[in-house]
Design a protein around this ligand. Structure first.
Ligand code: SAM
Length: 266
């Protein structure tokens, strides 16, 4: 997988831009944030921005900047990077629309431009699985965290309902049931080369940290409760949305969500 292809993908449209951002003023960004937290209510708790007043915080992969704004409003000494100009421009524009600012720059999670032990907190939601060398990006998180510092990182969980749906569509129904889930994620979920990890693999990735807590959540993607997944639209998705056994998934497969929430302490 090639990082230029990842950059090019996210430079076409930042995450959620096409579906949820109607305009780039205060009203547009507010509506996008409201939609985001309605669909993904667990984000705010996980990000834990309210406890970051006065702390030095780095967000990796700011996207449209909704979570970033929460950290600024909480009073963090905040830094943010993203691989794309587009995300940095949006985030800067969002903050400016509210009279806010932070230290923003285009940057690469695999080569963070900060000295060792710079941050009390690192936060990254849905980013590091898109970077070609995820272990290197996690090693960078470890390097820039202070001793005792904490990182909250969301990456994709391999054994998810979304993974199963993608396999049904691009494996079984495409006449290639042997196709690996890794290959399907890499070709059909967001930017080229996207990866997903088992809980055991994620623990391994984070082995260098002194403490690691991992949980998974069922998402609107697993439950087909949103308009997400436009690139897979068609009759199959329309029918699936109508008949999807949401109660059954919630009851019997609560740990098969796409999002893996990882909290680590250095
Ligand atoms: C799915 S979006 C998530 C954005 C935001 N955190 C959110 O939740 O909406 C993935 C983001 O990761 C960024 N990204 C991918 N690889 C990266 C890397 N190596 N370094 C920094 N950002 C990266 C992309 O540019 C994109 O903005």
């Amino acid at each position: 997988m090639n990082k230029d292809a990842v950059r090019e993908f996210w430079n076409q449209a930042a995450c959620g831009e096409e579906l949820y951002l109607a305009d780039t003023g205060q009203a547009g960004y507010t509506a996008q944030a409201e939609m985001r937290y309605a669909l993904e209510p667990y984000i705010r708790d996980f990000a834990g921005s309210e406890e970051t007043r006065g702390l030095r915080v780095l967000e990796i992969g700011v996207g449209l900047g909704a979570d970033h704004q929460q950290f600024v409003e909480a009073g963090a000494d905040l830094y943010g990077i993203d691989l794309t100009e587009r995300a940095i421009d949006h985030t800067r524009q969002r903050l400016a629309a509210f009279g806010l600012a932070s230290h923003l720059a285009v940057g690469d999670a695999e080569n963070l431009d900060f000295p060792d032990e710079s941050f009390d907190r690192v936060y990254s939601w849905g980013v590091l699985h898109h970077s070609p060398d995820t272990p290197k990006a996690i090693a960078e998180v470890w390097r820039v965290l202070k001793r005792g510092g904490r990182a909250n990182i969301m990456i994709y969980h391999k054994h998810s309902v979304v993974g199963f749906m993608l396999w049904l569509r691009y494996g079984l129904l495409a006449g290639q049931p042997w196709r690996s889930w890794a290959d399907i994620y890499a070709h059909h979920l967001e930017s080229p080369g996207t990866k997903a990890y088992t809980v055991a693999e994620a623990r391994q990735l984070c082995a260098r940290f002194s403490h690691c807590k991992i949980s998974t959540v069922l998402t609107h993607g697993d439950l087909l409760t949103s308009e997400a997944g436009q690139r897979h639209r068609g009759l199959l998705l329309t029918v699936a949305r109508k008949i999807w056994p949401r109660w059954l998934i919630r009851r019997f497969f609560p740990s098969k969500g796409l999002f893996m929430l990882i909290t680590v302490v250095k």
